[in-house]
Ligand binder design. Sequence first.
Ligand code: AMP
Ligand code: ZN
Length: 484
Amino acid sequence: MVEIKLTNTRTRRKEAFVPIDPADVRMYLCGPTVYDRAHLGNARPVVVFDVLYRLLRHVYGSRHVTYVRNFTDVDDKINAAALARKEAGDPRSLEDLIRARTEETIGWYHADMDALGALRPDHEPRATDYIPQMIDMIADLIAKGHAYEAAGHVLFDVRSYPAYGQLSGRSVDDMIAGARVEVAPFKRDPMDFVLWKPSSGDLPGWDSPWGRGRPGWHIECSAMSAALLGESFDIHGGGIDLQFPHHENEIAQSCCAHPQADFARVWLHNEMLQVEGKKMSKSLGNFFTVRDLLDQGISGEVIRYVFLMTHYRKPMDWTAEKVREAEATLRRWRGIAGGVTQSGTAASEIVTAIADDLNTPEALAALHEMYRSITRLEHRIAYYEDEFPSVGDEIADFVTSAQALGLLLPEIGEWLEIADEVGERIMEIAIARRDARQARDFSTADRIRAQLEAAGVLIKDGPGGAIAWERGPNFDPDKLDGIL
Ligand code: AMP
Ligand code: ZN
């Protein structure tokens, strides 16, 4: 069996992965808060853990892996989005508006992550479907002396859990110094965090022993993972930004509620995504959603390839240059994969690279090597005619190897045809412009150029009437319609 090695944040070491039960390998990933479209950074953990999910299914069998990723559907940001709609004159009740917002966002999330070729997890629990389990867990924590009620809130008593901070390797005092903790007069310790809080007016709330209220964010993951994966499971993941406080708090809650269990044995964290060397933020104007990119004609497969170019434990930089490189590579790879229908075997060097702490850059390098060797064989076949009858088997193995990374899947391959059609249309328009120039009809030529620019296409005139064009960052294929 392939040995999988993973860097466990908890032990800060790369360790051989040994599942609790190889017949049911269990993994939990913190999912999105569903108030808006996923931004590009949110897609990174989805792709990283999809690669791991595919590897676990390959090694243990697809029926022997359970992957859970939650939807946080109760949150201030969701309430704010619904309130904004109500204030803008929407006649629906706040409750209806909240439900509509979360449903709509979950639909977007599915569509966007499907486009990246990410398999849907086995379970996608919504927090609001697990409120009774959260209430039970909170009551249990109070009974065990790890939580207390104060001013309608229930708080976790951090000082009751001496191991608090172990995941990040920091003491409670260090964390207090470094964190922006919410100071509240009813907290025994500034680090104590909310398990339950009161809900006012027509905001979402549930009856509980502590009055009408709603859960804190951290208890959601502790309750849902226990309900679906048990008190001990194998892998817990998320972005590194969640390590503290979210994951520390999950550990405190789960380990205090179930002291005989392990909670999650392996903690895996992906590093953050940046854009052209800068933090992605609305104020810098480099903030975009997955859907923004898809709408610009950058396919989900290209986005996935760019992500895989960087190891998940390193910060990754999203750049236009990488997009060009990814697209050119996938175009070549899909070019040879086209007609092959037989199924192959994933190459051992690809599986080994992925199994080595998800070394996707090395797996991509191995795929490049496989591609080169296939094209060399093809050249020899073309030269020596039938000395080698076919490279069909090699290509089938190549495609299956790429699919281990979620690339070259038929369901995410349509982009190439669309891109080619769009490319032909741009070329047709650009030729019409050149012809207009050559006929000295400069007003038509200038109009076409301006319209292409408005669609985000930059035209360069080469010598002898040659045409080169480039898709700019604002490319919008819909704006090509009606230019000619
Ligand atoms: P959120 O909805 O903000 O809780 O984030 C959902 C997931 O996206 C979490 O696993 C975060 O760690 C992850 N995430 C958020 N921003 C980034 C980023 N810039 N790069 C990588 N992962 C991110
Ligand atoms: Zn979580």
